[in-house]
Design a binder for this molecule. Structure first.
Ligand code: ADP
Ligand code: MG
Length: 255
């Protein structure tokens, strides 16, 4: 996936995915105590350790692969997370990754990345039975996946612009977990006392997406795009206003 032919780094897609795994592992190690702090407020204080340990093992496992393709890397990471991380998050992150890796059969393209993201979300939903509003990783993941799909398929954004929007959407999803009540996972045992706390799994999901964006920018030798530059604008060319007037039954008449 190359955007700017001349400046693009000479990495294969498989190498880029391995680099992303390393970046995610470093980030989750750096955020280990923060994620544990979040999980100690509404869970059992192991999310930072779970993620840091799981992704460090994933780096070791992918290091052992000889010239791997993206699908093999993803499958290896998923299997390692399932084996290393117990609790709720191991099967959710790991199992979903193993399933979604099937969509990377022909490598990483904008289309296969959308399919991968959709499969990943649907597997997390299948396994955990959580939906938006349950104060889980699904609150970050759902807007992220929907935004990625729309950015690629409807708005025709470049993969990097789409990923930048995806991270922005996940960021809002993380903020959304704070004022709501947990209905799935350990935090749900707290009932209303979970209100006011940021979900750890949504937060680690955001960190993973941020690192995917940073690694993709590196692999494409590009800057991370400014998401505001690709925001939709409200039509102000008269056409939109005329259409609004037509649609408004009270426009231009009545008392
Ligand atoms: P555990 O809850 O087993 O201690 P972790 O602390 O590693 O596992 O992960 C907790 C995170 O897992 C939560 O913050 C939440 O985002 C996510 N989670 C827990 N249960 C579910 C579920 N049923 N569906 C989706 N995500 C869940
Ligand atoms: Mg926990």
């Amino acid at each position: 996936m190359t955007e700017e032919g001349d400046g693009a780094a000479a990495t294969s897609d498989g190498e880029a995915v391995v680099a992303a795994v390393e970046a995610v592992a470093d980030r989750l190690e750096a955020e280990r105590s923060y994620l544990t702090e979040l999980d100690s407020a509404i869970g059992d204080a192991d999310h930072g350790g779970n993620m840091a340990r799981g992704w460090a093992a994933a780096v070791d496992a992918t290091d052992d692969l000889d010239d791997p393709d993206p699908q093999t890397v993803c499958k290896t990471v998923g299997k390692t997370l399932m084996a290393e991380v117990g609790g709720a998050s191991g099967p959710l992150f790991g199992g979903s990754l193993v399933f979604a890796s099937a969509d990377l059969d022909d490598g990483v393209t904008a289309e296969s990345a959308v399919a991968f993201a959709e499969t990943y979300l649907s597997k997390v939903e299948d396994r955990g039975d959580a939906r938006v509003g349950d104060q889980t990783m699904v609150d970050a993941l759902t807007p992220a996946v929907h935004t990625f799909k729309k950015s690629i398929e409807t708005d025709g954004l470049s993969p990097l612009e789409a990923l930048a929007k995806t991270v922005d959407a996940a960021d809002r999803g993380v903020a959304f977990t704070v004022p709501i009540r947990a209905r799935k996972g350990r935090a749900s045992y707290l009932g209303w006392r979970s209100v006011g706390h940021q979900d750890p799994g949504a937060t680690s999901t955001l960190y993973i997406l941020e690192e995917l964006l940073a690694t993709a920018a590196d692999a494409l030798d590009s800057e991370i795009p400014d998401v505001d530059a690709t925001s939709p604008t409200i039509p102000d060319d008269g056409e939109g206003a005329a259409a609004d007037e037509e649609a408004d039954p009270t426009a231009g008449g009545g008392d």
